[in-house]
Design a protein around this ligand. Structure first.
Ligand code: SF4
Length: 56
C-alpha cells in the first residue's frame, strides 16, 4: 500500500509533480495518495522524496 507519512512530509511537492496520477497536495500542505495505482513513477517519487516520507 502506497502511503505518505504526514509527520515526515515537508510539503515540497516533488511527488505530486513527478507522479500526479497518484499524489496530490492537500489543503494541509502535505502530499496525499489519490489511489493505489502502482505506476513506475511511484518508485521515482519514493526515491525523490527529500525526507523519505513515502512508503510502499
Ligand atoms: S516528495 Fe516527500 S516531502 Fe515532498 S511533498 Fe511528497 S511526500 Fe512530502
Amino acid at each position: 500500500m502506497i502511503k505518505v507519512n504526514k509527520k515526515k512530509c515537508i510539503g515540497c511537492g516533488a511527488c505530486a509533480s513527478i507522479c500526479p496520477e497518484v499524489f496530490e497536495m492537500g489543503d494541509d500542505g502535505k502530499a496525499h495518495v489519490k489511489n493505489q495505482k502502482n505506476l513506475p513513477c511511484v518508485k521515482e517519487a519514493i526515491e525523490s522524496c527529500p525526507v523519505k516520507a513515502i512508503s510502499k
